[in-house]
Design a protein around this ligand. Structure first.
Ligand SMILES: NC(=O)c1ccc[n+]([C@@H]2O[C@H](COP(=O)([O-])OP(=O)(O)OC[C@H]3O[C@@H](n4cnc5c(N)ncnc54)[C@H](O)[C@@H]3O)[C@@H](O)[C@H]2O)c1
Length: 161
């Protein structure tokens, strides 16, 4: 088992981008490493690559028969995000929902601006609002964001152009 810097046993973890490459592997890893864990995944199933791969990953997670809930929605969908937080006691959020891929960002920069800047901005506003309310009620312990190289490059390009 990998060393974790946060206690996750008995906790509920929200993974965004849960049908993605890293998100789905993280969910399976969490179920492998913790006996008593609840995981909620949210993913809008974008068609950047074959969506069947994402459905296969979700099927594989489902087949583990663990405490798993999947919500198909965008992280910028206010109602869906608010419902997740109001109906669940989320302790940890791992944000992996993104438009990934460095090369694609060069040919399709708009997709990155929409996904990794605008939708993320909405998501962080929602999360901030929820954290303030949830922290009062349940205490959120940790919010993790993995920055995409693509979003970084996009910003760099804006700064330098
Ligand atoms: N895979 C790598 O080698 C690698 C390396 C470095 C960084 N990263 C970063 O890690 C993150 C995840 O990468 P990945 O390889 O799993 O990508 P991925 O494309 O496989 O997964 C991202 C998931 O996010 C979902 N998504 C996109 N926008 C969404 C939205 N608005 N709401 C909900 N879901 C949304 C997509 O449907 C997809 O399933 C990205 O930020 C990526 O840049 C990945």
């Amino acid at each position: 088992m990998l060393p974790y810097n946060v206690e996750l046993d008995g906790k509920t973890v929200l993974v965004t981008g849960a049908a993605g490459f890293i998100g789905s592997n993280l969910v399976m890893r969490l179920f492998h490493d913790f006996r008593n864990i609840r995981v909620i995944g949210i993913d809008s199933i974008t068609d950047y690559y074959d969506v069947n791969i994402k459905y296969e990953r979700l099927k594989e997670i489902e087949s583990l028969d663990r405490d798993w809930t999947f919500v198909r929605a965008s992280i910028a969908a206010k109602d869906a995000v608010e419902r997740i937080f109001s109906e669940n006691k989320i302790s940890v959020v791992v944000n992996l929902a993104a438009q990934a891929g460095v090369r694609y960002s060069i040919t399709n920069p708009d997709a990155y601006v929409q996904s990794n800047l605008m939708r993320w901005n909405t998501w962080f506003m929602l999360l901030h609002h929820q954290s303030m309310e949830v922290t009062r009620k349940f205490r959120i312990q940790l919010t993790t964001r993995l920055t995409t190289r693509s979003a970084f490059m996009q910003q760099q390009r804006r700064v330098t152009s």
